[in-house]
Unconditional design. Structure first.
Length: 491
C-alpha cells in the first residue's frame, strides 16, 4: 500500500515521524493509501528549509516571479483532469465538481500574476524642503496554510499563489484525509521553476498544526475549517505573535420571498445544498420561506431532492457523491434522526443508499425551529432544513441571530428588496438570486461573526495585504551641512 510522504526542499521525504493515517476511497469504503503524520521535528525541518529559501526568493525580481507564476498557471490548466481525478478518488466529489474546484483555484493564480501591479507603492514628492516620502509593501517570511478536506486544491490555491507571488515562502499542511492533491501542486510548482524550499507540503494532524502555530520562524498562518478549530488556531497563533486569518464554519441561509421564481429558486437551492454532498463552507443548509410561499417551495424542493442521482464521483451520471468518512456519514444521519425527534417534519429521507461507500443521500426537513440542533449545528452534509417566516423583517432577524455569518442569499424579483437585504444582513458574502456567492479572485472571501477570526479575508487585495507589511520611507539628500533641527520638519 502506498504511503504518501511530505514534500520538503524539493523532494519527497518520510521525515522522522512514525505515525500514519488512512486515506480512504469514500466511494468504495476502503483504505487506498496511508499518509505520514509529521512529528514536531519534521515541522522544524520544513520551516528551516522555507526560511533558508526566503532569503533568495524575496530578492528575486517581480518580473522573474511573475514568469514562474504564469508557467505554474499553464501547468495547472494542463493538469486539471489529473488533479480532478485525484480529488475525486480521495474526497468523493464528482469529476465535474472537482474540475470546477480547480478552475476556481486557478482564478487566484491569474490574480497573483498581476502582483507587480498590486505591490506598487505610493510616492509623495517634496513633502518638506528637499524631502520625499513613499510607501512600499514587503513580504513577511515563512507563511503557513492549514486547509480542510472539502477543497483540497481550491482552498490552498487561495493562499499560496499570493503568498509566493509577494515574496514569501509557504508551508502547506493539507488535510490528512485527502493529501495527494497538494503533492501534485508541489510538483507543478517545481516544473514551473519555483526554487526548492519556497513551497513545502507537510502532512499531519493536530501535532503538526500546533507545532506550526508555536514555531518562532513562522510569521503568518492562514486557516480554513470548523469554528472551534479556527478559534484555537487564531488564539494560539496570535498568542505566539503571528499574523492569523482563520475562517470557521457556516450556516448559510437562502431567504425565498413570494415574488421569487420558485421553480428556479428550488433548482438553485438544490444544487447549492446537495452539491459535493453538502461538504462546502458555502453550501446552503437553511432555507427561510417567507409568507405563503412555504408549502409550494417545500414541494418543489422535495421533488428536486428525490431526483438527485447518488453514486461514485467517477460515474458521469452521478450528481451527489459520498461523504468523506464513515464517521461523517453516521454523524449526518444522526442529525436527521434527532431533528425528526425534536419535531421537524422529515419530508425527504434518503439516508440509506445501497453500496459499500460512505453515502448519505439528500434529506429535507421542514418546520425546523431555531432551537433545533440541526439548525444550530454545522451539519456539513446533504441535509437541507426549512424554517418559516411571516415577513422579510422576520427572515432577516432570523439570519442575523445565527452565530455564523459566512454567506446569505435572497431570492426575489424586487430590486429594492434586494438592496435592503444586502445592506442589513450580517454575512460576509451575499447572493441575490445566486445561492453560493463565492467572490471572484479579485474580491476577497470571508465571513462575519463566528465564521471568521481576524480581520482579513482570503485572496484578493486583502490577501496581498495579509501576506505583506507596509513600510514608509522618508528621504532627503542634503547639498550642504545644515544645523541640527529639534522639531518635525514642516517646510
Amino acid at each position: 500500500m502506498e504511503t504518501i510522504e511530505h514534500w520538503i526542499d524539493g523532494t519527497t521525504t518520510a521525515g522522522t515521524g512514525d505515525r500514519t493515517a488512512p486515506v480512504y476511497d469514500p466511494a468504495a469504503g476502503t483504505v487506498q493509501a496511508r499518509v505520514r503524520l509529521a512529528a514536531p521535528s519534521d515541522v522544524d525541518t520544513a520551516v528551516a528549509s522555507a526560511k533558508a529559501a526566503f532569503e533568495s526568493w524575496r530578492e528575486l525580481s517581480l518580473s522573474r516571479r511573475t514568469e514562474i507564476l504564469f508557467r505554474f498557471r499553464e501547468l495547472l490548466a494542463a493538469h486539471t483532469d489529473e488533479l480532478a481525478g485525484i480529488i475525486t478518488d480521495e474526497h468523493g466529489k464528482t469529476l465535474d465538481d472537482a474540475r470546477g474546484e480547480v478552475a476556481r483555484g486557478r482564478e487566484v493564480v491569474d490574480f497573483a500574476c498581476g502582483t507587480p501591479h498590486l505591490l506598487k507603492g505610493a510616492y509623495s514628492d517634496q513633502v518638506s524642503g528637499g524631502v520625499d516620502a513613499w510607501s512600499l509593501r514587503q513580504p513577511l517570511g515563512v507563511c503557513a496554510g492549514i486547509t480542510p478536506f472539502n477543497f483540497p486544491a481550491m482552498v490552498p490555491l487561495w493562499m499560496h499563489p499570493i503568498a509566493i507571488a509577494t515574496g514569501n515562502t509557504f508551508v502547506l499542511k493539507p488535510s490528512e484525509r485527502d493529501p495527494s492533491a497538494a503533492l501534485l501542486l508541489a510538483r507543478l510548482w517545481q516544473r514551473a521553476g519555483l526554487p526548492d524550499g519556497v513551497f513545502t507540503v507537510l502532512h499531519g494532524d493536530a501535532v503538526a498544526v500546533d507545532a506550526l502555530l508555536d514555531h518562532p520562524d513562522v510569521a503568518a498562518v492562514s486557516f480554513v475549517g470548523s469554528t472551534p478549530i479556527a478559534r484555537h488556531v487564531y488564539q494560539r497563533g496570535t498568542a505566539a505573535g503571528k499574523r492569523v486569518q482563520a475562517l470557521g464554519g457556516a450556516k448559510n441561509h437562502a431567504v425565498v420571498l413570494p415574488d421569487a421564481d420558485l421553480a428556479d429558486a428550488a433548482r438553485q437551492i438544490t444544487g447549492a445544498a446537495y452539491g459535493s454532498a453538502g461538504q462546502r463552507c458555502m453550501a446552503i443548509s437553511a432555507v427561510v420561506a417567507v409568507g405563503d410561499t412555504a408549502d409550494e417551495l417545500v414541494a418543489a424542493l422535495a421533488e428536486q431532492a428525490r431526483s438527485v442521482r447518488v453514486g461514485p464521483g467517477r460515474d458521469p451520471d452521478t450528481e451527489l457523491g459520498p461523504v468523506i468518512t464513515a464517521q461523517a456519514a453516521e454523524r449526518i444521519a444522526g442529525h436527521v434522526e434527532r431533528a425528526a425527534a425534536q419535531g421537524a417534519t422529515l419530508v425527504v429521507d434518503r439516508r440509506e443508499v445501497p453500496g459499500d461507500g460512505f453515502f448519505v443521500g439528500p434529506c429535507l426537513l421542514d418546520h425546523v425551529q431555531p432551537d433545533h440542533e440541526v439548525y444550530r449545528s454545522e451539519v456539513f452534509g446533504p441535509v437541507l432544513v426549512v424554517l418559516r417566516a411571516g415577513s422579510l423583517d422576520e427572515a432577516i432577524a432570523l439570519v442575523n441571530a445565527n452565530p455564523y455569518g459566512n454567506g446569505a442569499a435572497l431570492f426575489t424579483g424586487s430590486g429594492a428588496t434586494a438592496r435592503r437585504f444586502q445592506r442589513e444582513v450580517t454575512a460576509g458574502m451575499v447572493g441575490i438570486n445566486v445561492p453560493i456567492p463565492v467572490p471572484m479572485a479579485y474580491h476577497s472571501f470571508g465571513g462575519w461573526k463566528d465564521s471568521l477570526f481576524g480581520d482579513t479575508h482570503v485572496h484578493g487585495t486583502e490577501g496581498v495585504h495579509f501576506y505583506t507589511r507596509a513600510k514608509a520611507v522618508t528621504a532627503r539628500w542634503p547639498e550642504s551641512t545644515t544645523a541640527p533641527q529639534y522639531h518635525f520638519p514642516t517646510t
